[in-house]
Structure formats: C-alpha cells, structure tokens
Design a protein around this ligand. Structure first.
Ligand code: 4NP
Length: 154
C-alpha cells in the first residue's frame, strides 16, 4: 500500500478536500489517503460545511472525515506528505527527525507547474466561491499527482 497524507492548518477546509479528491481518484486497493492539520484547534471536528458542500457538488462525500493533528509518527506511516502552504510545510519540517523524514514532505502545489503561487489559499475567512476556487485548484493538482503516482506505482 502506498500512503499519502495531505496537511493544512486546521484540517477542516483545504486538506479534507484534497483527501477526498485523491481518495476518489486513486485506486483504493493500492493507495491509502489521509489528512491532518498542524494545529490542534479542530481535533475531532467534521470538515467545514462549505468544504462538505463543494465536495458534494462534485459527487465526493467528505462528511465523515474527522480532523486530527499531524504527529511525528506520520513520518513513519506515510510515503508522501503534502503541505497545503509554506507555513504548513515549515511546521512539518520542524518536526522531521531525519533526512528521510524531510524528503517525504512536499509542497502540494509544487506538483502543479501552472500554479504560480505555491500556497493553496486558506478559504476559512472567505465565502463559498473561495471554497470552489480552492476545490478547482486541488482537483487540477490532484489530477497531476494521480497520474504521476499511478505511473510510478502501478
Ligand atoms: P484549513 O483552514 O487549514 O484549510 O483547515 C483553517 C481552518 C481553521 C482555522 C484556520 C484555517 N482556524 O484558525 O481556526
């Protein structure tokens, strides 16, 4: 099993969407997908209702996800760790114990050559259109990641 972890700050807006999209795209017998937040604010919460709504409009159900905080043992349990923005990236890297841990961490948008801003914008204080923009960006990037990982691992 190849395992992927997507990480944002709260694990209620951006990473639950990327989690749902990648889970939807990748064959479940070969890939395990999870998400986490660097902060502890929303542990145990379901995703933001706006993320649930935008995902549902694309036939992806993320309503049963539960927020959790990134932990050091995630470096042992995941092959790929994707950070939603540079702040999340730096927070994860600060917990890396080895070069191997360090090398597992990537910026999600580094996989998307057309994205000039490498930070997925945080839609938490925005409106539903901001969530839709984030969904589209995450889906476009997930398409690239899915193609790349299926070529590498299948
Ligand atoms: P996320 O968005 O990192 O995409 O889940 C946020 C959710 C909550 C907060 C910040 C960002 N917050 O400050 O509570």
């Amino acid at each position: 099993m190849i395992s992927l972890l997507v990480v944002c700050l709260g694990n209620i807006c951006r990473s639950p969407l990327a989690h749902g999209i990648l889970q939807h795209q990748l064959p479940e017998d070969k890939f395990y997908v999870d998400s986490a937040g660097t902060a502890a604010y929303h542990i145990g919460n379901t995703p933001d209702p706006r993320s649930i709504k935008v995902a549902k409009a694309h036939n992806i159900d993320i309503s049963s996800q539960s927020a959790r905080q990134f932990k050091v043992s995630d470096f042992d349990n995941f092959d790929y760790i994707y950070a939603m923005d540079k702040s999340n990236y730096n927070n994860i890297i600060s917990l890396a114990r080895t070069n191997e841990d360090h090398h597992k961490v990537k910026l999600f948008l580094d996989e998307n050559e057309t994205a000039t801003n490498k930070n997925v914008p945080d839609p938490y204080y925005g409106n539903i259109d901001d969530f839709l923009d984030v969904f589209n960006l995450l889906q476009e990037t997930s398409n690239v990641i899915t193609k790349k990982l299926t070529v590498t691992h299948i």
